[in-house]
Write a protein that binds this ligand. Structure first.
Ligand code: PLP
Length: 388
């Protein structure tokens, strides 16, 4: 049960890179690198069932070579909940919610950071920076603390208070930036260059995608060795969507599934929907979104490095992309909460809002199995309900 990682490959130009060297983007074209494995070898030992209750149960298709470098805080293996009553009410009885709020630091960012920080420490990274709308900062702070390493996080000044407090308690250095995540990213890169720290921004290093792809392995395992018909994903930088699409390729290469895949749905906020616009316009890359505004901080990503990978997955899967108003997210958070016992982040609520529309339009039929991703907890956004 060890990693079968073989090399890194550029997601755009296909150039091959050494996986055992700490690196960010493709040195040939500046696009994201993706991890490749010896899947024939992985298939000989990787099984569902009978493994630890965390994402490390898929050790063969994760990048960390030495067990001693695996940082564990209980990431992954979150519940896939059948929400039958709500499903029946909206004409989608086979409705499931993958509840990612149960991860360390209460969001699915823990998956990506668990893999990325474990692997970067293994490769000798001296410390870390990340620009973040909140959840990535918290997750980096936690895994860096677990490793006993420095974390410097850059967040927009209007980030909800709980993120700031959490990062501080977890020992991270916190810089608040007047501006958007893209401004935070610029500052983070400057500090990384000055101080020799490793930048773990979304898709700027290859392994957060690896942690996030375990969502797909878990859903497959939790549905008894089957994939759903539709997956609805709240998309910012797109690591989860890109990761799951990659996981399906791996599962097929290992003989777990055939060519049939879920239709992937990208949900964004009406106030920041660069991927939706590019999807509708048939573009391969997404133009940056001007004046991005949404209360769903995880979706306030005006330009995604992996835009072409997200768009490719949506089209190959015969999926779609749609945007949701912030007001609908609040209504759907309460609808999901009342009917399921989950207090979702606004990003998670957006997936329900998307499903309501897709079911009404007949894009999703009654017989289909649908998985929504509640990517974080509503607790850190409690101020949205401050008037109550
Ligand atoms: C980061 C985040 C997202 C978006 O995830 P990407 O992988 O960047 O697309 C969605 N929801 C929450 C709660 C997040 O923190």
């Amino acid at each position: 049960m060890t990693s079968t990682l073989t090399h890194l490959e550029c997601g755009a130009c296909g150039a091959r890179h050494d996986a055992d060297v700490l690196q960010n983007l493709c040195t040939a074209c500046g696009k994201p690198l993706l991890a490749r494995y010896d899947l024939e070898k992985a298939a000989r030992t990787l099984r569902t069932g009978g493994r630890e209750a965390s994402l490390w149960r898929y050790r063969e298709v994760l990048p960390v070579r030495d067990d001693a470098h695996v940082l564990r805080l209980g990431e992954g293996w979150t519940p896939l909940l059948h929400v039958a009553r709500l499903g029946a009410e909206i004409g989608c009885p086979k409705l499931y919610v993958k509840d990612e709020s149960l991860n360390p630091t209460t969001s699915f960012k823990a998956r990506g950071m668990a893999a990325a920080i474990s692997r970067a420490v293994e490769l000798g990274a001296p410390g870390f920076v990340v620009p973040s709308a909140g959840n990535a900062a918290s997750a980096l702070a936690a895994y860096a603390a677990r490793a006993g390493m420095e974390a410097h996080v850059f967040m927009p000044a209007d980030v909800p208070g709980p993120f700031r407090v959490e990062c501080k308690v977890l020992g991270a250095k916190v810089t608040l930036v007047d501006g958007l995540i893209t401004d935070c990213a610029r500052r983070a890169r400057e500090v990384a260059a000055e101080r020799g720290l490793f930048d773990v921004s979304t898709l700027r290093e290859p392994y957060r995608v690896e942690g996030k792809k375990t969502l797909a392995y878990e859903v497959f395992e939790q549905l008894g060795g089957a994939l759903p018909d539709v997956m609805i994903y709240p998309t910012g930088g797109g690591t989860g969507l890109v990761g799951m699409w990659k996981a399906f390729d791996e599962m097929q290469a290992m003989g777990w599934i055939d060519g049939r895949r879920p239709r992937m749905v990208c949900v964004q906020s009406a106030g920041c929907a660069p991927i939706v616009r590019a999807f509708e316009e048939g573009e391969q890359f997404a133009k940056p979104w001007e004046n991005a505004r949404t209360l769903a901080d995880g979706l306030r990503v005006p330009a995604a490095l992996g835009d072409f990978l997200i768009l490719r997955a949506l089209r190959e899967s015969k999926g779609t992309a749609l945007s949701i108003d912030d007001g609908e997210m609040i209504i759907c958070a309460e609808m999901l909460g009342r009917h399921s016992g989950i207090f979702p982040a606004p990003e998670g609520a957006a997936t329900l809002a998307a499903l309501l529309r897709l079911a009404k339009d007949g894009w999703v039929s009654e017989s289909e199995t649908v998985v929504l991703f509640n990517t974080g907890s509503g607790l850190k956004y409690h101020a949205l309900w401050a008037h109550d």
